[in-house]
Write a protein that binds this ligand. Sequence first.
Ligand SMILES: Cc1cc2nc3c(=O)[nH]c(=O)nc-3n(C[C@H](O)[C@H](O)[C@H](O)COP(=O)(O)O)c2cc1C
Length: 395
Amino acid sequence: MGRDRTAAEIFGHATSLGSIRELARRRLPRGLFEFIDRGSDDEVAIANNVEAFARIKVRPRQITNVSGRTAETSLFGKTIGMPVAIAPTGSAGIVWYKGEMALARAAAAANIPFTLATRSMSSLEEIAGVAGDHLWFQLYLLRDRAKSYEMIDLARARGVKALIITIDTPTDPSREYNARNGYSLPFKYTRRGVIDIATHPRWLLGVIGKYYRNGGLPRFENMPGSPRISEGLSSEAMLCDDITWDDIREIRRRWDGPLMVKGVLHPGDAVLATECGVDAVIVSNHGGRNLDSSIAPIDALPHVVDAVGDRITVLMDGGIRRGSDVAKALALGAKTILIGRPTLYGTAVAGEIGAGHVLSVLRREFLYAMATFGCRRVEELDRDLLYRADVASED
Ligand SMILES: Cc1cc2nc3c(=O)[nH]c(=O)nc-3n(C[C@H](O)[C@H](O)[C@H](O)COP(=O)(O)O)c2cc1C
C-alpha cells in the first residue's frame, strides 16, 4: 500500500483559498462545481460579499509587541483553536465520498466547530463518532413541525452541542445554472450532465463509484425517511414559508444548549431574535446564494452588533477568502466567523487533508493579519483599527 500524500505534495503552491478553488474547479464536474460555487439570479450578492471586505481598510497600530500572539479564543464558554467555524453546506457529501466526515475530522483536528447541515449525506450518528467537542447541527424548519422537533431530539441524543436555525430560505432560490445542469431535486440526467460527469472519471469513481460500492447513491441521512439524492423530497420535508418568531420561541423551549439563528441581516431581526432568547445570531446572506440584492453580511454586521450590544453573541459568514477578512469581521464585532465554500473546495480536492489545508492557510493568514493589525489576542481586534467612511471612529 502506498503512503498517503501530504497536503504539501497535493497542493504544492496552492496556498491561498483562491488557488485551492481553482484546483477544485478542475477536479469536479462543471455542473457540480457551479452548484457549490455560484450565486443566484445575476450573481451580484456573491461578488459584493467579497468586494465589501476589500472596501474596508485597516489603520494598524504599530510596535505593539505582537510576539506570542494566538488565534485561540472562546465561544459559548469553550476554547476554540481560532475564531472560525465550518458553515453548514448540504453538498459536502457529493464533492467527496462522505465529505462531511472529512470536514468534521479536519475541524476536530483544528479544534473548531463543525456544522452538520439538515440536507447532509452523513448521519448524525456517524458524524458524532468523529467530531470533536464542537459539533453543531443546522436545521431548516420543515413544513411538518413534529418532524422538525424529532430532528432536534435526535441532535440532542447524538451529543450535538449547538443548534442553528436557518431563517433566510423560506423557499427554493432561483439558480438558473442548476436547472440547466440538471442539479435539482430529484437529480435530472441531462445529455450535457452525463458528458460532464463521464469526463471527470476521478470524481465519478472516487465519489459516486464508492457510494455504489457501499450500497447506492447517497441519502439525505438526517431527513425524514432518508431519501436518496435521486429522489425528490416529500412535502413534509420541504422548506417552510410559514415560519414565524413563535417557531423560534418554541425551539428555544425545546433546546437548552446554545441556539443560533442564521441569516439575519436587519438589526430589527437581531433584536427580535434576542427577545426570543437565542444565544447568537449569524449575520449571513447564505453566501449570496439566495436574495441576490441583499446587503453584504460584513456591511450588515456593525449595525447588528450595535443593535444587540452584549446581550447575545454575533457571528457572521459570507465572502471570507483571506485571514485579514476574518480579522476585519472580528474587529467589527463578530465573535467568530463561519466559512462555507473554501472548505468545500479543499474537501473536493483531498477530503480531510484538503479541508485541513484550507483551515491551516486561513489560520496562518489570520495570525499574519493579527501581527500586522497590531494585535496579540483575538479580543484586541477592534473597530478603531478599521477605516471605512461609515464605520470609522471619529478621532
Ligand atoms: C454548496 C453550499 C451549500 C449550502 N448549504 C447550506 C445549508 O444546507 N444550510 C445553510 O444554512 N446554509 C447553507 N449554505 C450557506 C453556508 O452555510 C454559508 O452561509 C455560506 O456558504 C457562507 O459564505 P461563503 O461560502 O462565502 O463562506 C450553503 C452554501 C453552499 C456554498
